[in-house]
Design a protein around this ligand. Structure first.
Ligand code: GDP
Length: 326
């Protein structure tokens, strides 16, 4: 059974996540309808068909290199099997998109894995405006609802209002927060945070960081100092480092991601505002160019609009659910 049939079969049994379907609406309208129109315009595939296919993938922000790769392997397979029906070729295309993502690493656990006898520490990095504060609040909300004792650390002491905004979220969600003074060394706020986390036996500590990418050397030094301070208090920490990327920034987001990866080791990416972009291919681009798994995606502004990344749900939301609507 091909992937498309598998996904259709799986999601016809009500397993589909409506949030994915709704949140990927814009991307689907862009990507899936273009594929659909292409299929209608060609009764048999030829050189131009594949060129148009490449364009559709590039316009969806899959990234140029990956788009070329995916079309090439699709083309090789269709040549080999002597397939000329565009509909069947689209099936192979979706299959190849799946493989390109899945091949990048072993199977991944999206959820944070908790330490047994010490707080689990998550460092959150990303430039301003990408949705970092909202994502920290969403993650705090998620794990609080799972019964975890959560502490926030307002480590972005350079941006006016960052601490205040995070404090508002903390009080709304009913979780504790450690804050510093404006322009206080972020590492010293982290230090206070780690002390409190150990003493108060918190399960999860989420540390915000300042996302100043203008100067890579500074950022690198700042993040490594924060990490040093954290690991002095909790030796194995930080256990997770999540980079937040705004899907609506397209390929610029991929460039940001690469820069952050050069500054610090990342254990996951959270892609926000997937509901606000028509270029949902960015997930494949990030995975291809970074090799870091997308752990969660933001599908709206509300606290429960954060979903674990699921490749099947994503491809179904991006490529297929529209066919059912027709
Ligand atoms: P920060 O500067 O990186 O901390 O960004 P904020 O967390 O303040 O978010 C910036 C804006 O993006 C706010 O208006 C958020 O409501 C919005 N936002 C964050 N995540 C999402 C998302 O997944 N979907 C949508 N539509 N908006 C989001």
């Amino acid at each position: 059974m091909g992937l498309i049939s598998f996904l259709k079969d799986k999601f016809s049994k009500k397993e589909k996540n409506e949030k994915y379907v709704a949140g990927l609406d814009k991307s689907r309208k862009n990507f899936s309808s273009k594929l659909h129109l292409l299929t209608k315009r060609y009764s048999k595939v030829n050189e131009e068909y594949f060129e148009e296919l490449e364009e559709i993938l590039i316009e969806a922000d899959v990234g140029v290199n990956l788009a070329l790769d995916i079309v090439e392997v699709t083309r090789n397979e269709t040549d080999q099997k002597k397939i000329t029906d565009p509909k069947l070729i689209n099936e192979i295309l979706v299959d190849k998109m799946f493989v390109s993502y899945a091949q990048q690493g072993d199977s991944i656990t999206n959820e944070i894995e908790f330490r047994e006898n010490e707080p689990t520490v998550l460092l959150v990095v990303g430039v301003n405006g990408v949705g970092k504060t909202t994502t920290i609040a969403k993650l705090a909300n998620r794990y609080k609802n799972q019964g975890k004792k959560v502490l926030l650390v307002a480590g972005d002491t350079f941006r006016a209002g960052a601490t205040e905004q995070l404090s508002i979220w903390a009080s709304r969600l009913g979780v504790d927060i450690v804050v510093g003074k404006e322009n206080q060394d972020p590492s010293s706020v982290c230090f206070d945070g780690m002390r409190k986390a150990k003493e108060g036996k918190y399960d999860l500590v989420i540390c915000d960081t300042a996302g100043r990418l203008q100067n890579k050397l500074n950022l690198m030094q700042e993040l490594s100092k924060m990490k040093r301070v954290i690991s002095k208090e909790i030796e194995s920490a930080p256990h997770e480092v999540f980079l937040i990327i705004d899907a609506t920034t397209g390929q610029n987001g991929v460039v940001q991601a690469k820069a952050f990866k050069e500054c610090t080791s990342l254990t996951g990416v959270v892609i926000t505002k997937m509901d606000g972009t028509s270029k949902g291919g960015i997930i494949l681009a990030i995975r291809d160019e970074l090799g870091v798994p997308v752990r969660f995606i933001g599908l709206g502004e509300k606290m429960d609009d954060l979903e674990e990344f699921d490749l099947d749900q994503y491809l179904y939301g991006l490529c297929l659910s529209q066919e059912e609507d027709e």
